[in-house]
Design a protein around this ligand. Structure first.
Ligand SMILES: [Zn+2]
Length: 129
């Protein structure tokens, strides 16, 4: 299950970024996942629960944005959507579309809890040891 390895590398990046910015916690991790990336979003979510179980990202939400694969047809100078394995240009029928997106799996954004931000409502407890 390579989703686990993917999440591990995303988590490393996210935690490095959070540490660099002095964040107390990561509240959300936004991923962009192409429809041809060959990953299962449910498996990604499951892997994230395992990988992010403790540390800075323990409470992070995983937001997955699916990106529909698109290819470029140069005769038509047009982008077209790739639906479920079909790669024919809908205008001219050419099959040699050049894949432009759909294989990405990237960290799109991080939401961090920074020390100088007000605490979220309902988290006022603490102080005494
Ligand atoms: Zn075409």
């Amino acid at each position: 299950m390579h989703e686990l390895a993917l999440i591990e590398s995303v988590a490393r990046l996210a935690i490095a970024e959070a540490q660099q910015r002095g964040a107390e916690a990561i509240t959300a991790i936004h991923l962009r996942v192409g429809s041809l990336a060959g990953v299962d979003p449910d498996a990604l979510r499951f892997a994230a629960q395992v990988v992010l179980a403790d540390g800075l990202a323990a409470k992070a939400r995983l937001e997955i944005e699916l990106v529909l694969a698109q290819a470029w047809c140069s005769p038509c100078a047009a982008l077209f959507d790739l639906e479920a394995g079909l790669s024919l240009c809908p205008r001219c029928g050419a099959s040699s579309g050049e894949l432009r997106c759909g294989r990405e799996l990237e960290l799109a954004a991080l939401e961090l809890l920074l020390p100088d931000q007000p605490e979220p409502a309902g988290c006022a407890a603490g102080g005494a040891t």
